[in-house]
Design a protein around this ligand. Structure first.
Ligand code: G3P
Ligand code: MG
Length: 408
């Protein structure tokens, strides 16, 4: 199964983590936080991957059994990672937060967030040229959080839709009510819109949707403006748009910047008793406005974009790689650990967690067993993707996995 648009390669993910923070050797403080087993250990040939929202936490509060489940695995020296389509904070910050909530010292190497792969674009990949000094439009998240994450990844020239609205309030007249909110964190644009000479206007070189937008209207309008612009120059319109003689009817054929989404989830388990629309909902809203504007699929026009995250193969490939790396660090050796044969993926969303684990084909020979919990998005009935088993909560899931692997 391949993500829509350009495939986010495994290499991208691997280097993203290597460079951003995951290969850092844990310092003394972190070693305390990293599962380590010093005596002659019994090496498990299995591991666990935990989804976060709807499995360990719901509305940022610990779910029943979550703390015990992780500390049990830590005590037993059984490797695990947290594999989430969520984000909005830097990995180190998110791990510190979860450590506190679940009363367990977690190392940043155990978490994989939705936007973690964007760290790699700073220096560039085979698919994406280096963006370190380029103008990047970061969309989504609370306040300025995602811009700060982008800075910590190494981006140097980051703007947000809030910056644009503060500079040009008429760009989306309906967000006038939010101007005070944006004023708290918006920054001056590196360049203005220049109607006399558009090529002197602010040029956006990439659009990265880091997290769920808080102001769908403004963010959708700004992203549409960029996609319809000439070469990413803000305030322009490409004269190629709508030209039937060009591929994609001339849309996104004029040097417009690439568009990346970090999380495909249409729904997710928040505090409300029913699932809430996630970043996938924002993408679908954009796809709807795009189709209505361009004629869409019925006129042969696609929205060219890249979507990363669960359920895509590249995300699971990286997760397994991180598990293997962490496993050898737990046991202080690369040799004779024996292969990682099985990973129990515990999730609440059949579309991302179960589908991803069921579809994942490992190059390292591991088999991924999906376990669906009832504490999140899934609320009963026949799930769209069939898990190995369905249990009430994360502790039952860990017990089921330990039993399946005959780990007394
Ligand atoms: O925004 C977070 C949501 O999409 C789901 O997160 O942890 O259940 O993958 P998670
Ligand atoms: Mg979830």
């Amino acid at each position: 199964m391949r993500p829509q648009g350009v495939l986010c390669s495994f290499r991208l993910l691997q280097r993203a983590y290597a460079r951003s923070y995951l290969e850092a050797t844990p310092g003394p403080g972190l070693r305390r936080g990293f599962q380590t087993v010093d005596s002659q250990p019994r090496v498990p040939d299995f591991a666990f991957a935990f989804d976060i929202d709807g499995v360990l936490l719901r509305a940022s509060k610990p779910l029943p059994g979550a703390a015990e489940a992780l500390s049990l695995l830590e005590d037993q020296g059984i490797p695990f990672i947290l594999l989430t389509n969520g984000g909005g904070k830097h990995e180190t910050e998110r791990v510190a937060e979860i450590s506190k909530k679940l009363d367990i010292q977690l190392d940043p190497t155990v978490i994989i967030q939705s936007h973690s792969p964007f760290a790699e674009f700073v220096r560039g990949t085979d698919e994406q040229s280096a963006l370190e000094d380029k103008c990047v439009l970061v969309v989504g998240g609370e306040g300025d959080n995602c811009r700060q994450v982008a800075y910590r990844y190494g981006y140097k020239n980051v703007i947000t839709p809030g910056d644009i609205l503060t500079a040009y309030p008429s760009i989306w007249p309906f967000s006038k009510v939010f101007v005070d909110y944006y004023k708290q964190f918006s920054k001056p644009l590196p360049k203005p819109i220049n109607l006399e000479d558009p090529t002197k206007s602010l040029k956006i070189d990439a659009v990265l949707v880091f997290n769920d937008p808080r102001d769908w209207g403004l963010d959708l309008q700004v992203v549409m403006d960029v996609l319809l612009s000439s070469q990413g120059y803000l305030g322009t319109l490409s004269d190629k748009n709508g030209r039937a003689d060009l591929p994609n009817r001339g849309y996104q054929q004029d040097g417009q910047p690439p568009l990346y989404f970090s999380n495909p989830d249409l729904w997710w388990a928040a505090g409300y008793h029913l699932p809430r629309l996630g970043q996938g909902g924002f993408r679908e809203a954009l796809e709807g406005a795009w189709a209505a504007t361009t004629g869409g699929p019925r006129k042969g026009v696609q929205l060219q974009k890249t979507v990363v995250g669960k359920p895509y193969q590249s995300t699971y490939e990286f997760a397994e790689k991180q598990l293997i790396r962490n496993r050898s660090r737990i046991f202080h050796t690369e040799e004779n650990l024996g292969p990682l044969r099985r990973v129990y993926m515990i999730g609440d969303n059949p579309e991302s967690d179960i589908r991803g684990a069921n579809s994942y084909r490992s190059k390292h020979g591991s088999e991924w067993y999906s376990i669906l919990v009832r504490s999140g998005v899934y609320a009963g009935g026949e799930p769209a993707w069939t898990p190995k088993t369905i249990v009430d909560g994360v502790k039952n899931a860990v017990e089921w996995g330990l039993k399946s692997s005959k780990w007394s």
